[in-house]
Design a protein around this ligand. Structure first.
Ligand code: COA
Length: 182
């Protein structure tokens, strides 16, 4: 699919439903094969609802970016400002201040076509503009596509953290990237 009018912008509250719709499509792709469908559905309903996105959009400690092709919302990222409070994550990271790339989702119609890289470049630029030294994220240890994607963009594996999905405990790799000095 050729992007006609690919661009990145900051979503508004009017995009909350579209963000939730896209998250519902892409979150299952980030989960390991062992995840229970009920747990995935519960997470989508509680953590990735339009209401949650409205809260994120109104939160000054979060920055969301959208990838659009014309009127279509095909991807989004969310940065969480501030150093992590989790002691395990903190001890894995080497550079502070840092910022979390907390969500990074692109519609499967656009995987493997470079659009995710466009969104990543804009996300890292937005991160760097806040004055931090580094960015970090967690991604499931079975999400090989995402791991390869992040490593391609300069992130390196620095640790492991656990992630609860329903009754299951999943393992996320912690990845860190040093941002260029400004
Ligand atoms: C993660 C995501 C943003 C990456 O976007 P993308 O367009 O798929 O990324 P790219 O195609 O540029 O890069 C993926 C790389 O993984 C490789 N890859 C794909 N499947 C793979 C697999 N099963 N094992 C190892 N590598 C794999 C691709 O070949 C490519 O590497 P290459 O460019 O060296 O050939 C996108 O796949 C996505 O939104 N996935 C669903 C949601 C998700 O997992 N988000 C991350 C949550 S932390």
């Amino acid at each position: 699919m050729n992007p006609v009018n690919l661009h990145i912008d900051r979503p508004t509250a009017d995009d909350a439903d579209r963000l939730a719709d896209l998250a519902a499509i892409t979150f299952p792709l980030a989960c390991p094969a062992s995840s229970q469908p009920d747990d995935i559905a519960h997470h989508i309903a509680t953590e990735l609802s339009a209401g949650k996105f409205r809260e994120h959009l109104a939160d000054p400690t979060k920055t969301l970016l959208c990838l659009r092709d014309g009127d279509r919302l095909d991807g989004f990222s969310m940065l969480i400002h501030g150093d992590p409070t989790d002691a395990g994550v903190r001890s894995a990271l080497s550079r502070f201040p840092t910022i979390e790339v907390s969500k990074f989702y692109v519609h499967p119609d656009h995987h493997g076509q470079g659009q995710a890289s466009t969104l990543m470049q804009a996300t890292l630029e937005a991160a760097a503009q806040t004055g931090v030294q580094a960015a970090w994220l967690g991604t499931n240890n079975e999400n090989l596509r995402a791991i390869r994607f992040y490593e391609k963009h300069g992130f390196t594996r620095v640790g492991v953290k656990t992630f609860r999905l329903g009754a299951g405990v999943e393992h996320d790799f912690i990845l860190e990237l040093t941002l260029p000095e400004r």
